[in-house]
Structures are given as structure tokens and as C-alpha cells.
Ligand binder design. Structure first.
Ligand SMILES: NC(=O)c1ccc[n+]([C@@H]2O[C@H](COP(=O)([O-])OP(=O)(O)OC[C@H]3O[C@@H](n4cnc5c(N)ncnc54)[C@H](O)[C@@H]3O)[C@@H](O)[C@H]2O)c1
Length: 264
């Protein structure tokens, strides 16, 4: 099984075998799906399914129907079954999915069969809040190291982890087996910090700084920008209010009749 967009496939192979009583519906996948690449959008949804499954496990639930799991994840059940078939998971008609088994299969696909130690660099407003959030450790991402340059912060402790000087990134990340680096510094500091993390062997970077990071092949960077999310929301609000200008015709449709502006 392969996962596109650079997300690593699971180390533990997930059995593509299916029971004869598997749940199927319109638009569901075929048995060949388990051998296909897992699209990035599916990977993102798997993380959402996992959050729901973890909550069901906490409640002591043994099974869950595709409809219930889909509703809790905010997708339709056909899409959910298709996503799960891509990782070789199937439910049983009239019973649903085994919560424990499905959780293990999704975790294996997401590479969560072992915790990922996280190093967070820049413990200002944002970094401090992230460092103090206990939910990351609960979901397999313990914050193992904190770094900053501010002498007032270095030596302090946040949620039991000492803030160390950024110069110690190499030694500390290697010693603690850090696999994910989080960059929450001002933009000008982000690239040198990223370089130090990469030199320390960190191959996955989550970047909050408003800058594009250059990394060598084999290093995955994901950028989080809440302003971009708000701009997307703004677009949808504007569209609802009919204030989005008409799309310009592309060269291929330049001779065609002009499109109508979006109005209510
Ligand atoms: N992506 C988003 O949605 C989002 C949201 C809020 C903030 N941000 C960005 O996150 C970053 C942090 O924001 P903030 O409000 O916490 O800023 P902040 O100024 O409160 O904190 C930045 C911290 O980085 C430290 N720092 C500076 N240079 C450093 C270096 N070379 N090595 C290590 N630490 C260094 C500073 O000492 C400070 O503690 C900024 O780049 C900001 O634009 C992004």
C-alpha cells in the first residue's frame, strides 16, 4: 500500500482480506482498492475517523455502524466505507465495524503504532499554548523538547518540559528521538530553525510561521495558516451574499458566452 503526498505508509501491513458479509453500498470500493494509493484527502479523513474511534473505545464500545461513524466524522457513509476499504478494512453486515480492530488498522495506516516525539521551537504566545496542550500526548505526539532564544524563557518549564536554548536542538533532538518538529518562531527565524531540525534528523516539520520553508528531499513540511482558513470561510460568506465577482473566462472559453455573476 502506498500513501501519496509524501505521507509514509504504515510499517505494519494491513490485511486486505474481507469477510463475505462485508458492508457495501452504492459507490463503494472494490477488493482492488486495498492495493491502490491512499489519497491525501482520505488520509486527512482517516485522522478524523481515528478521533471518533478513540472516543468510542473510551466509551467501551465494541462495534460501530458505518452510518454512525460517518455521521460523527461529518462525511457520508459511502465515502467512509470507500476510505476504509482503501486501507483494507471492512465491516460486517448487520454488525458494523469492530471498533478496536478498526482503530488499530487506521493507526497502522497513519504510522501511529509508536509515539512520535515532538520538538517545539519558539514558545511565545502560540508555542506556549501548544506546549501546554495535553491532547497531543494523548494522541501519540508527546512534546519531548522545547526551544527558544529568549533568556527569560530558557530554563523555564511548560507542562513538565524544560525550555532549552535553540543551540541545543541537534543534541537534544537526537537524544530524545524527536521525529516531528513544530516551528512557532517569527518568520525570519523559521528557516534557520528548520535547517537545525533537519540537521538533527527530523524529517517531519509542522510550520506555523508565515513563510515557505525550503527542505531537502525526504523531508515533509506541512504549513498551518489559520488566516488562510478564514479567507476560505470569507469566500464562502461572500458567495452566499452574492459579492464574489464573476470568474474571468479562461483562454479556451474566451469566445463563449460570458458567465453570469454569482447573485442570489
Ligand atoms: N499559522 C497560524 O495560523 C498562526 C497563528 C498565530 C501565529 N502564527 C505565527 O506563529 C509564530 C509565533 O507567533 P507568536 O504570536 O507566538 O509570536 P511570539 O513573538 O509570541 O513568539 C515567538 C517566539 O519565538 C522565539 N524565537 C525568536 N527567534 C527564535 C529562534 N531563532 N529560535 C527559537 N525561538 C525563537 C521568541 O523568543 C518567542 O518566544 C509567528 O511566526 C506568527 O506569525 C501563525
Amino acid at each position: 500500500m502506498t500513501v501519496d503526498r509524501g505521507t509514509r505508509p504504515s510499517r505494519r501491513a494491513v490485511s486486505p482480506t474481507r469477510s463475505s458479509g462485508e458492508v457495501r453500498g452504492p459507490g463503494d470500493a472494490t477488493a482492488d482498492d486495498a492495493a491502490r494509493p491512499v489519497p491525501g484527502a482520505t488520509v486527512a479523513r482517516l485522522a478524523v475517523y481515528l478521533r471518533v474511534l478513540t472516543s468510542l473505545l473510551d466509551q467501551g464500545r465494541g462495534t460501530v455502524s458505518s452510518e454512525e461513524l460517518a455521521a460523527a466524522a461529518g462525511v457520508n457513509s459511502a465515502k467512509l466505507r470507500k476510505d476504509l476499504s482503501l486501507i483494507g478494512s471492512s465491516g460486517v453486515r448487520g454488525v458494523g465495524y469492530d471498533v478496536s480492530r478498526l482503530t488499530a488498522e487506521v493507526e497502522a495506516t497513519l504510522g501511529l503504532t509508536r509515539p512520535h516525539a515532538v520538538a517545539l521551537v519558539g514558545v511565545g504566545n502560540l508555542g506556549h499554548a501548544l506546549a501546554g496542550y495535553g491532547g497531543f500526548a494523548q494522541r501519540g505526539f508527546p512534546v519531548a523538547a522545547l526551544f527558544d532564544v529568549d533568556p527569560d524563557l530558557v530554563g523555564t518549564t511548560i507542562a513538565g518540559v524544560e525550555v532549552e536554548h535553540v543551540d541545543a536542538i541537534g543534541a537534544v533532538c537526537a537524544a530524545r528521538g524527536v521525529t516531528i518538529g513544530v516551528v512557532a518562531t517569527p518568520a525570519p527565524a523559521a528557516q534557520p530553525v528548520c535547517d537545525a531540525l533537519v540537521a538533527a534528523g527530523v524529517r517531519s516539520i509542522l510550520n506555523f510561521a508565515p513563510t515557505v520553508l525550503a527542505v531537502p528531499a525526504g523531508v515533509e513540511v506541512r504549513k498551518v495558516d489559520l488566516a488562510v482558513e478564514m479567507q476560505v470561510l470569507s469566500f464562502h460568506v461572500a458567495r452566499r451574499h452574492g459579492t464574489v465577482p464573476a470568474a474571468r473566462p479562461s483562454p479556451s472559453t474566451a469566445g463563449a458566452a460570458p458567465r453570469e455573476a454569482v447573485t442570489r
